[in-house]
Design a protein around this ligand. Structure first.
Ligand SMILES: Nc1nc2c(ncn2[C@@H]2O[C@H](COP(=O)(O)OP(=O)(O)O)[C@@H](O)[C@H]2O)c(=O)[nH]1
Ligand SMILES: [Mg+2]
Length: 393
């Protein structure tokens, strides 16, 4: 195999050079544009003339046609073909050069695809920050922070634009303005407090979102800080160990605990336990089917007629999944959101954007597995500062 590198101002001239030196059977192994400072790009072609490939192509062409997977029926219909001489000299050389050209075309294609891939990856790396070049330095800085916190381009530009329009141009002013815009988009739900009458609180949400853990945290806090009289009811009779986990916690914390195996039992319990300050209800549907699952939880809610229904949802999901969960559970009319696993999330931009659209108020944040430490009342500033840290200036 003979290989050679050709440098030319464009691909056409490069191929002409290649043909002149290596002949028509030469194949291109790679091409690339080479940047030369102060002048136009030049092209570098690596080409080869593979004598073995040439002879292999001839061999392939000369192999009997029976080795190809032509259906038997088809072969029968043209028996005369079989008896024909495989080819004459003239057509041989034509086909050899055809197959070499095909090989060359394939190599060229492979090379083109590689280059396209490289260019696409350059573009996708730059895409999230595509508008940054249009902004002044401070705005660019805010925009870039928002984009790296998972805000979409539209949202990042909206917030940056509003911030720029509302204040001076220093980074500090813009950061404060952007935080204010984000916080003004978020609604906050008041924390639990003891009232004259019982407050029934239901916890709904997807499995694994943190309902049971959050109930134990809130129950502990309400008992310790509010000196409240609490009852925990588990309607989680499906998940293996779901009720036991809560029951164990309740017995350690000295909090009364009951299990409701169906909605009638739950209705009965609620009726009988009206002297409590809080009744916390852990809900889980049995069905794997989403609609059925919602209907089951709906039946529990109908029986319990809760004063507050918290949707408990992890912040570690994508914007799309988060929006999907909020839409799906909207039918159960949650009063507020408890956003869990803030300690595990990388970007909150998507979550904040969805909350802006859905207008579901935030009640609590949870930030880890420690009971009861890792829970806090929701503050919009806390979320805003997680995406635009003050110390980033
Ligand atoms: N890192 C972290 N893990 C959490 C948090 N809240 C709950 N978890 C964990 O998430 C998992 C599911 O929680 P669980 O309360 O059983 O969810 P449920 O299915 O909705 O009742 C458990 O391993 C919890 O320890 C949190 O705020 N941060
Ligand atoms: Mg649970």
């Amino acid at each position: 195999m003979r290989m050679k590198k050709f440098i030319a101002p464009n691909i056409k001239e490069g191929i002409a050079q290649m043909r002149k030196e290596l002949g028509d059977d030469a194949v291109i192994l790679s091409t690339r544009n080479v940047k030369v400072d102060g002048s136009d790009d030049i092209i570098e072609i690596i080409a080869a003339l593979d004598e073995q490939l040439v002879s292999r192509a001839i061999e392939l062409h000369n192999e009997p046609t029976v080795t190809t997977k032509t259906p038997a029926k088809h072969q029968k219909q043209s028996p005369s073909k079989k008896n024909l001489p495989l080819s004459d000299k003239k057509s041989d050389s034509n086909i050899d050069s055809d197959s070499l050209n095909t090989t060359a075309a394939l190599l060229q294609l492979r090379n083109d695809i590689r280059q396209i891939k490289e260019n696409v990856s350059l573009l996708t790396d730059a895409l999230p920050y595509r508008y940054a070049a249009l902004l002044n330095d401070s705005a660019k800085y805010i925009y870039t922070l928002l984009r790296s916190s998972d805000f979409s381009d539209d949202e990042a530009l909206r917030i940056t634009g509003l911030a720029s329009a509302s204040t001076g141009n220093s980074s500090k002013d813009l950061l404060a303005a952007a935080i204010k815009i984000i916080t003004s988009d978020l609604k906050i739900f008041p924390a639990l407090e003891v009232r004259q009458t019982v407050t029934t609180v239901a916890f709904i949400g997807t499995t694994g979102g943190g309902k049971t853990t959050t109930i134990t945290k809130l129950a502990a806090i309400c008992k310790l800080l509010l000196k409240a009289n609490i009852l925990i009811v588990s309607a989680d009779t499906y998940k293996v160990g779901g009720a036991e986990q809560l029951q164990t916690f309740a017995s350690i914390a000295g909090i009364p605990f009951l299990t409701a195996y169906n909605s009638q039992e739950l209705r009965q319990i609620i009726k009988q336990e009206s002297k409590r300050d809080f009744i916390f209800i852990d809900t889980v549907g049995r069905s794997q089917q989403r609609r059925q699952h919602l209907l089951e939880i709906g039946a529990y809610l109908e029986a319990a007629t809760p004063d507050i229904t918290y949707l408990v949802q992890s912040a570690t999901v994508s914007e799309v999944s988060f929006a999907e969960v909020l839409s799906r559970f909207a039918i159960l009319e949650p009063s507020a959101l408890i956003l869990t696993k803030l300690d595990e999330t990388a970007g909150l931009g998507g979550i904040i954007s969805v909350l802006r659209r859905h207008k579901l108020p935030l009640a609590y944040f949870t930030t880890g597995q420690k009971i009861p430490d890792d829970i806090e009342t929701a503050r919009a500033e806390r979320l805003a500062e997680l995406v635009l840290p003050n110390e980033s200036l």
